[in-house]
Ligand binder design. Structure first.
Ligand SMILES: Nc1ncnc2c1ncn2[C@@H]1O[C@H](COP(=O)(O)OP(=O)(O)O)[C@@H](O)[C@H]1O
Ligand code: SF4
Ligand SMILES: [Mg+2]
Length: 336
């Protein structure tokens, strides 16, 4: 996969902090200083363990964090403007139009009482005030369902969510997300909990859509294969921060951060033969992160300094950045 050379930053997230406070006033620092940027026309894959805040990040970008969550600090600069400071009308204008969010597969994400014409056209109706009954809405939906390779688009447009297969329902969501020709699409685990064959088709569809519409995309996943396939760049989320970022080849062939390397050594498809090993220790507790480098209790390269001081973000060039004290000492990852 070639990374585009005309590097216009479309979105930049800076020092984003989204916290949840429970009724005992315990603060969960889910995102605690997340920074990254996305170049126009590229796909950024965001990888992180389950519960690491990937979905919270997707919502934070559109300033859609639900209570008791709150964005306490940071900037989300889209086309030069901070979305976190934008008035609600401006955000509503962007959401579902220029920036489209495909939510993580959740039961009940469609209204069971409305058909797929209604579901697919929702972002279009919201932004144009067209009525659902307008025959043009139906025509648009049918053509949109064709775009996402639904074989019987007219029939499907009249179906209800319980009549759709998992694959169809994902296609409808994609059709709906693309109906307003968005510039940026945020897809949160679009193939999680879908069987492998259908997941394969959905990934192919994303690939086609990406090229056809020159989408800029944030693809959230916890599956390495999914990310490797669609991403131009990959960012890894750990303990509320992006601990490594790079182009997809660099991340997959020359990962530097011990956590990123650990993910590969723990992956049956990536680990060198006979060297499969889990990352030791527990996932970090967002109410009480370790001091210094937050990965230090699990890191085989940790030294005293790692325990005491927050590591710097080291820029290795070519958009490869790593949050670590000991870059020079970490051996190359080897898949042999
Ligand atoms: N509305 C909420 N209120 C309180 N905690 C939340 C809320 N949404 C998510 N969380 C917590 O934030 C953490 C990250 O969640 P999430 O972003 O869904 O993780 P991921 O998508 O990486 O699996 C989890 O511990 C989750 O329990
Ligand atoms: S800063 Fe230290 S503890 Fe953290 S990842 Fe690097 S070597 Fe490991
Ligand atoms: Mg999630």
């Amino acid at each position: 996969m070639t990374v585009k050379t005309n590097k216009e930053v479309l979105l930049e997230v800076q020092n984003l902090k989204t916290y949840y406070t429970n009724k005992y006033k315990v603060v969960f620092k889910i995102l605690d200083g997340v920074s990254f940027k996305i170049y126009r026309g590229t796909t950024l894959g965001i990888l992180g363990p389950s519960g690491s805040g990937k979905s919270v990040l997707a919502r934070s970008i559109l300033n859609l964090v639900e209570r008791p969550g709150k964005i306490v600090e940071g900037e989300v600069i889209y086309k030069g403007k901070d979305l976190l400071k934008a008035p609600e009308e401006v955000l509503n204008d962007l959401r579902g139009k220029e920036i489209s969010l495909i939510l993580q597969n959740a039961p009940g994400s469609f209204d069971p009482t409305r058909d797929m014409t209604f579901a697919t056209s929702q972002p279009f109706r919201a932004h144009t005030k067209e009525k659902y009954a307008n025959p043009e809405v139906k025509m648009l939906v049918v053509s949109q369902l064709q775009v996402v390779a639904i074989s019987e688009p007219v029939k499907t447009s009249e179906k209800f969510s319980h009549q759709l297969s998992g694959g169809e329902s994902q296609r409808v969501k994609i059709a709906s997300a693309l109906i307003n020709n968005p510039t940026l699409v945020i897809a949160d685990e679009p193939v999680a909990n879908i069987d492998a064959t259908v997941a394969r088709q959905i990934l192919d569809l994303f690939q086609i859509m990406k090229e056809k519409y020159q989408l800029t995309m944030i693809l959230i996943a916890h599956n390495l294969g999914v990310l490797a396939e669609l991403s131009d760049y990959v960012a890894i989320l750990y303990a509320g921060k992006i601990i490594e970022h790079g182009d997809v080849e660099t991340i997959f062939y020359h990962p530097k951060h011990p956590f990123t390397q650990g993910l590969f050594y723990a992956s049956p498809s990536m680990a060198p033969r006979g060297r499969l090993k889990p990352i030791p220790g527990d996932e970090p507790d967002p109410t009480n992160y370790p001091s210094g480098c937050r990965f230090h209790p699990r890191c085989e390269y940790a030294i005293e300094k790692c325990r005491r001081e927050e590591p710097p973000l080291v820029d290795l060039g070519n958009d490869h950045t790593v949050l670590c004290w000991r870059i020079e000492e970490i051996p190359e990852f080897t898949s042999e």
